[in-house]
Design a protein around this ligand. Structure first.
Ligand SMILES: Cc1cc2nc3c(=O)[nH]c(=O)nc-3n(C[C@H](O)[C@H](O)[C@H](O)COP(=O)(O)OP(=O)(O)OC[C@H]3O[C@@H](n4cnc5c(N)ncnc54)[C@H](O)[C@@H]3O)c2cc1C
Length: 397
C-alpha cells in the first residue's frame, strides 16, 4: 500500500492552490456579499488547464489520474466553494460521465473542447418536484424520427446560466407504466432552451445556480448518451463522479477552517492566555485535524479505486457523507472559536459555514447517504455490473 502522492500530484496540487490564491480569493468577499458570480473565472480555469484535469491526453486533457482531480477540488474549495463547484459539474458530473458512457465518436466530438475550456459542461437531474427521488423526474423526451423532443424544467442547476452544454436526464415518453429514462447532451444554443438564475442563496453566493427549461427542444439521437433506458444508470454514474469532487472539496473547507482557527486561537487572548491553550478549544481543533486526515483517506481511496477501475458507489457515498458532515461541523466550530468575530464576514469562517451547508444537501442529502450506507451494511443493496465503466488510468484511446 502506497499513500505517497507523486511529484505530479504535488505539482498539480500547488498549481490549484496558487490559482485559488491568485484568481479566486481577490474580490471574493465582495462577490460573495453581493451574490455576484464571475464568468471570467471559467475562462481562467480553462487557460490554467484546470478544466482538462483527469481528461485523457488523447481527448485533449492533461492526462493526469483521478486522484489529481480530488487534489484540485480540495485546493479550489480551500479558496471558495464556488470554484470547486465548477469542477464538480464540469469535470465530475459531465466529463467523466462522458468518458464512461459516450461512444468514441461522441468523446472525440465533445471532450477536447471541454478539456480546453472552449466549452463548459453542466448537469441537469433535479426538478421542482423530484430531488432525492430523482427516478420520478417529469422532464420528458418524445422520440420523433431520428431525434427527440424534450419538454420540462430542471432546478438548482449549477452553472445554469454559464454552461455551454448540459447532461440532461429525461423520462422517455412511451407507452407502458414502467418509466424508462434517457440521457442527452443539450447544447445551450438549441432553440427551446432557456435559463434563469436563483437569487438569495444561503451559500455558494459567488457561484451561479439556476433553472433550465426545455420547450419543444429538439435533440438528435447522436446527442443521446447510452441507449434508451440507460438514462438513470448514466445519472447514477455521474453522481459517483460528482460525489468524489464534493468529498475531496469538503476536505478543502476543513483545512481552511483549521488554518483560520489555529491562527486565531494563537493570537486571541482571554484572561491573559491564548485561547489555543483552553482544552475545549483544543477539542474543536483536534476534531478538525482528525476530519482532515480521515477525509483525505476516504477520498484518496476513491481516487485509487477510480484509477484501478474498481466500482466505488458505496465508498464514494461514504466519503461524500462523512466529509460534508465534518466540513459543516468544522465550520460551525471555527465560528465558535472566533466568537463574535466569526459571525461576520471580516473573517472567512462564516462563509465556510454557509457554503459547507449546501454540500450536506446536494449530490444526495445526509439522510439519503445514511440510508444507502445502512442498506449496504444490511445486505439490502448490492451493485450490479454496468454496461460501461469508467476507463482505468492511464486511459488509452
Ligand atoms: C447549491 C446547489 C447546487 C446544486 N446543483 C445541482 C446541479 O448542478 N444539478 C442537479 O441536478 N441538481 C443540483 N442540486 C440539487 C440537489 O442535488 C438536490 O437539492 C438534492 O438532491 C435534494 O433534493 P431536494 O432539494 O429536492 O430535496 P428533497 O428530496 O425534497 O428532500 C427534502 C428533505 O427530505 C429528506 N428525504 C427525502 N427522501 C427521504 C427518504 N427516503 N428518507 C428520509 N428522508 C428523506 C431529505 O433528506 C431532505 O432532508 C443543487 C443543489 C444545491 C443546493
Amino acid at each position: 500500500m502506497d499513500f505517497a502522492l507523486t511529484s505530479e500530484h504535488e505539482l498539480i496540487r500547488e498549481m490549484a492552490a496558487k490559482f485559488g490564491r491568485q484568481e479566486v480569493l481577490p474580490g471574493l468577499t465582495e462577490r460573495d456579499r453581493e451574490g455576484k458570480s464571475d464568468r471570467t473565472l471559467l475562462d481562467k480555469m480553462g487557460e490554467a488547464g484546470i478544466l482538462g484535469v483527469s481528461i485523457p491526453e488523447v481527448y485533449g486533457g492533461s492526462g493526469s489520474d483521478y486522484v489529481s482531480l480530488g487534489l484540485v477540488c480540495e485546493e479550489l474549495e480551500r479558496a471558495d466553494t464556488s470554484a470547486r463547484v465548477v469542477l464538480s459539474v464540469h469535470s465530475g458530473l459531465h466529463c467523466l460521465t462522458l468518458l464512461q458512457w459516450a461512444t468514441e465518436e461522441q468523446k472525440k466530438r465533445w471532450l477536447p473542447k471541454l478539456a480546453s475550456g472552449e466549452r463548459v459542461g453542466g448537469f441537469g437531474l433535479t426538478e421542482p418536484n423530484a430531488g432525492s427521488d430523482a427516478i420520478n423526474i417529469q422532464t420528458h423526451a418524445r422520440k420523433d424520427g431520428d431525434s427527440y423532443v424534450l419538454n420540462g424544467e430542471k432546478t438548482w442547476i449549477s452553472l445554469a446560466d454559464y454552461a455551454d452544454q448540459f447532461l440532461v436526464i429525461a423520462r422517455l415518453q412511451e407507452p407502458g407504466d414502467k418509466a424508462r429514462h434517457a440521457a442527452f447532451i443539450v447544447e445551450r444554443n438549441t432553440p427551446g432552451f432557456s435559463s434563469r438564475p436563483i437569487k438569495g442563496k444561503l451559500g455558494v453566493r459567488a457561484g451561479n445556480t439556476g433553472q433550465i427549461f426545455f420547450d419543444n427542444l429538439r435533440v438528435g439521437a447522436e446527442n443521446r448518451i447510452g441507449e434508451d433506458g440507460d438514462g438513470f444508470k448514466v445519472a447514477m454514474s455521474a453522481l459517483d463522479h460528482g460525489r468524489y469532487t464534493v468529498a475531496s472539496g469538503a476536505v478543502g473547507i476543513i483545512v481552511a477552517c483549521l488554518e483560520a482557527s489555529t491562527e486565531y486561537a494563537r493570537s486571541r487572548k482571554v484572561s491573559g492566555e491564548e485561547i489555543g491553550r483552553k482544552q475545549l478549544v483544543q477539542q474543536m481543533i483536534a476534531h478538525m485535524a482528525a476530519s482532515r486526515d480521515i477525509g483525505r483517506l476516504l477520498y484518496y481511496q476513491v481516487g485509487w479505486m477510480k484509477n484501478t477501475g474498481i466500482r466505488h458507489t458505496r465508498e464514494v457515498s461514504m466519503a461524500k457523507w462523512q466529509n460534508c458532515n465534518n466540513a459543516f461541523q468544522s465550520a460551525s466550530d471555527a465560528i465558535e472559536i472566533h466568537g463574535a468575530y466569526g459571525y461576520c464576514d471580516e473573517f472567512p469562517v462564516e462563509r465556510y459555514f454557509r457554503n459547507s451547508r449546501g454540500a450536506v444537501i446536494y449530490e444526495g442529502t445526509r439522510e439519503i447517504h445514511t440510508l444507502v450506507q445502512a442498506e449496504y451494511a444490511l445486505g439490502y443493496r448490492t451493485d450490479r455490473p454496468l454496461a460501461r465503466t469508467l476507463p482505468k488510468w492511464p486511459v488509452k484511446a
